[in-house]
Design a protein around this ligand. Structure first.
Ligand SMILES: Nc1nc2c(c(=O)[nH]1)N=C([C@H](O)[C@H](O)COP(=O)(O)OP(=O)(O)OP(=O)(O)O)CN2
Ligand code: ZN
Length: 140
């Protein structure tokens, strides 16, 4: 029988604060660009992250990957580094990279790529910054 391809998604939620402020813009340009999100003291979000793997469903164990293992990798890449943190101050990656949801998605994608035994399985990182603001990144 042909190989069956499955998509496996696991969700994690984390809380963090940040300030949108680009080192490539002046203070005035930052304020004009990010408006209230440029507030010097920051603001917070309850982020929802959906990580999707795409790969063959093993005829032996019936899984794309054991969810217990995916949970472990997501805890390292997401929860340990970002939950209850100030993204710009506590996560070195965002020292000079503005912490937009697009860049948070790239950060998570790249972190998971380094942790997964087979990074080719990583299909998509989707983030809900709010109920209305949603970004997905597929490693392109
Ligand atoms: N392309 C992006 N634009 C913006 C981002 C981003 O990550 N990528 N982020 C923000 C801010 O972080 C801001 O916190 C967004 O909040 P807000 O506009 O208040 O979003 P809500 O959907 O919750 O609020 P509504 O008032 O209901 O629109 C800004 N831009
Ligand atoms: Zn924000």
């Amino acid at each position: 029988m042909a190989q069956r391809i499955g998509y496996l998604t696991r969700v994690e939620k984390f809380s963090a604060c940040h300030r949108l402020h680009s080192p490539h813009l002046t203070d005035e340009e930052n304020l004009n660009t990010y408006t209230k999100c440029n507030n010097p003291n920051g603001h917070g979000h309850n982020y929802r992250v959906e990580v999707t793997l795409r790969g063959p469903i093993s005829p032996t164990d019936g899984m794309v990957m054991n969810i217990n293992d995916l949970k472990k990798y997501m805890n390292i890449a997401i929860m340990d580094t970002m939950d209850h943190k100030h993204l710009d101050k506590d996560v070195p990656y965002f020292k000079n990279i503005v912490s937009t949801t697009e860049n948070v998605a790239i950060y998570i994608f790249d972190s998971l790529s380094e942790l997964l035994p087979n990074p080719k399985l990583l299909y998509e990182v989707k983030i809900y910054e709010t109920d209305n603001n949603i970004v997905f990144y597929r490693g392109e």
